[in-house]
Design a protein around this ligand. Structure first.
Ligand code: 13P
Length: 249
């Protein structure tokens, strides 16, 4: 059976004080047993307080991005090692907001994924089509290109340590969720693409859905055979709602 993961991407939200409050609420409201694996990804400035509060708990810690470089003169960047030494275990890579606002390409995401794996972090690699691409019938080819580009050069060993997130751009922050059938169709095609690299590893790799996941639509999405969890934005900032999503998994 594949791991189930519910990850909260807080994006650029959460002062240190807000992080402390939200994490305390999550720790009180969840026990870890019978739940999906839970991960929170606060902004860099809140990782330290989050790491301190989550140490030894059932909730994992992730970052929202990292550099492809190991160290050196890269002003403003954060390396895998800097994250790892804080207690971070996961890192979101290639989020559509990074692709859109910071011009990240599949090639760059591939380099970042390699750097994350080399350091022992679990990358959560994001792919997803825009509304225009979907309406023009290009969803399958866009996803194929993104998977081939981001997974370039990887074999079974790498796939066993990667998590993929399918996040249709048109569903992010819009309140417009993919239907369970729409999401399942893309998740299945992603798994088929990964099976060309290694069939067994493709069946073990968790594929999360992201894009307006809420307490009231989580169950339908998570009941699909190839949807192994969720990458939750807005709803992960409200403890009650995020806990309901965790419980739905
Ligand atoms: P929303 O859940 O706010 O749509 O964001 C999804 C997302 O981008 C998670 O990475």
């Amino acid at each position: 059976m594949r791991r189930k993961i519910i990850a909260g991407n807080w994006k650029m939200n959460g002062t240190v004080g807000e992080t402390e409050a939200l994490i305390k609420q999550l720790l009180t409201a969840t026990t870890g047993s019978g739940h999906a694996e839970t991960v929170v990804c606060p902004p860099f400035t809140s990782l330290m307080i989050a790491a301190k509060l989550l140490k030894g708990s059932h909730i994992g810690l992730g970052a929202q991005d990292m550099s492809q470089h190991a160290k050196g003169a890269f002003t403003g960047e954060i390396s895998a090692e800097l994250l790892l030494t804080l207690g971070v275990r996961f890192v979101i890579l290639g989020h559509s907001e990074r692709r859109q606002y910071h011009f990240e390409t599949d090639g760059l995401v591939n380099l970042k994924t390699r750097a994350a794996l080399a350091a022992g972090l679990t990358p959560i690699v994001c792919v997803g089509e825009t509304l225009e691409q979907r309406e023009n019938g290009h969803t399958e080819s866009v996803i194929r290109e993104q998977i081939q580009g981001t997974m370039s050069g990887f074999g079974a060993d790498e796939l066993r340590r990667i998590v993929i997130a399918y996040e249709p751009v048109w569903a992010i922050g819009t309140g417009r969720t993919a239907t369970p059938d729409q999401a399942q169709e893309v998740h299945r095609s992603i798994r088929q693409l990964l099976a060309r690299i290694d069939d067994a590893a493709s069946r073990e790799l968790p594929i999360l859905y992201g894009g307006s996941v809420k307490a009231d639509n989580a169950r339908g999405l998570l009941s699909q055979p190839d949807i192994d969890g969720a990458l939750v934005g807005g709803a992960s900032l409200k403890a009650d709602e995020f806990v309901q999503i965790i419980n739905a998994a």
